[in-house]
Ligand binder design. Structure first.
Ligand SMILES: Nc1nc2c(ncn2[C@@H]2O[C@H](COP(=O)(O)OP(=O)(O)OP(=O)(O)O)[C@@H](O)[C@H]2O)c(=O)[nH]1
Ligand SMILES: [Mg+2]
Length: 364
């Protein structure tokens, strides 16, 4: 699963990328290669389970982030997004849009002054225009190919044309396709187009250090204009989080406390929200060697989930022993859980839930 970070020039994309991946990509260097890094998804359940099982290692779920290089000429000037830049956005499963909301005279602002609301609208329009282009091209192509079609193909083409016209209308109204209600057939058609305003979007408002503590007010102000189910808004102080991400754990905690940062850092919240936006949940395996979170899409069966661990487990799957995180926390040991009958036996079609601890019995 991949998330791509985009935004206007100098909005803090690379800074956010570094904070998320604990990486050291050069901030503000005009490089034309994307930065690619892995972010570990925070999960307090792993902390408690590691306390119980004292494993050799604890492994968090991971998501890949890409920080796109300097926006191509025209980005932010409502000319739509195109070329390789567009391809990269289309390939990703979700988008993180970084919006500048920090004052810093040494960093030139995109407009006359720092205006997060205007920047957000600008970027929304960029995404909408880019989709409008794609939809428009597809409509033209279908129209011009219609002549030679046989009856059934013509029906299909007409269905698609009707669907695309509805999308086009929405886009022309300036709203994205985030909240459009799609039928299963629509979804199938849609998957071929890789439209940007269909992908989950996480808007990250990059606030200045001086606004730490005002996150809720800022979020409410900006998200009011687009309450859409597939768009999530969150504030982070990019620069602070980047500095914090370079520290060791104790130092980071001390610094966080001294800043009076929220109990859950904006960064963790962003990582958690992005994970959810990808429709991912985690199941957990426990043992002396390893306590580990495994990402699966919501609705995954025990059989498919076991295949994430190893293909042998899927091939030779017998059954799974499953316990909820809450029950595990209560029982403290698997022996007690078993005694109390809380370790359930589940078959291959069982739909694995978030945070469930699973042990797969198999035979190959
Ligand atoms: N004061 C302050 N400065 C920031 C913050 N975030 C980023 N900056 C600064 O803004 C400048 C641009 O940050 P980058 O992270 O390179 O921004 P970018 O969007 O990746 O820039 P390009 O890739 O060049 O478009 C750098 O000098 C950062 O140090 C912040 O939260 N507060
Ligand atoms: Mg950058």
């Amino acid at each position: 699963m991949e998330i791509t970070i985009l935004g206007l020039p100098q909005s803090g994309k690379t800074t956010v990328f570094n904070a998320v991946t604990r990486g050291n990509a050069q901030v503000s260097a005009y490089s034309n290669k994307p930065n690619i890094g892995v972010a570990k998804v925070p999960d307090e359940r792993l902390v408690l389970l590691s306390d119980l099982f004292k494993p050799e290692r604890t492994v968090q779920a991971e998501v890949t982030y890409t920080d796109l290089p300097v926006a191509p000429q025209g980005l932010g000037k409502t000319q739509g997004i195109s070329g390789e830049y567009l391809n990269m956005l289309q390939r990703s499963d979700a988008l993180v849009l970084v919006i500048r909301d920090f004052e810093d005279p040494s960093v030139p602002s995109f407009g006359d002054s720092v205006d997060s609301e205007a920047d957000l609208n600008t970027m929304f329009y960029e995404l909408v225009f880019s989709d409008l282009e794609i939809v428009g091209r597809r409509i033209d192509k279908l129209e011009s190919n219609k002549k030679g079609l046989k009856a059934q193909q013509l029906d299909e083409a007409n269905y698609e044309l009707e669907f695309l016209s509805k999308l086009k209308q929405k886009l022309e109204e300036g709203v994205g396709l985030w909240d459009y209600e799609y039928t299963d057939k629509d979804m199938k058609l849609l998957s071929g187009f890789q439209l940007l305003t269909v992908k989950p979007l996480i808007v990250v408002i990059n606030i200045g250090e001086e606004n730490i503590g005002n996150e809720t007010i800022i979020e409410d102000k900006l998200s009011g204009s687009f309450s859409k189910s597939k768009i999530i808004t969150t504030c982070i102080s990019g620069k602070t989080e980047m500095d914090l991400s370079q520290m060791d754990e104790d130092e980071e905690k001390e610094f966080r406390d001294s800043l009076g940062l929220q109990t859950e850092s904006g960064l963790n919240r962003m990582l958690r929200l992005s994970y959810g936006a990808l429709d991912l949940i985690s199941f957990i395996t426990v043992g002396e060697d390893e306590v580990r979170a495994w990402p699966i899409t919501k609705g995954t069966s025990a059989l498919k989930a076991s295949g994430k661990i190893h293909s042998d487990l899927e091939r030779g799957f017998i059954r799974a022993e499953v316990i909820s995180y809450e029950d595990m926390k209560e029982c403290q040991t698997l022996a007690i859980a078993r005694e109390r009958g809380l370790l359930r036996q589940e078959g291959k079609d069982y739909i694995v839930g978030d945070g469930e601890i699973m042990h797969v019995l198999f035979n190959v």
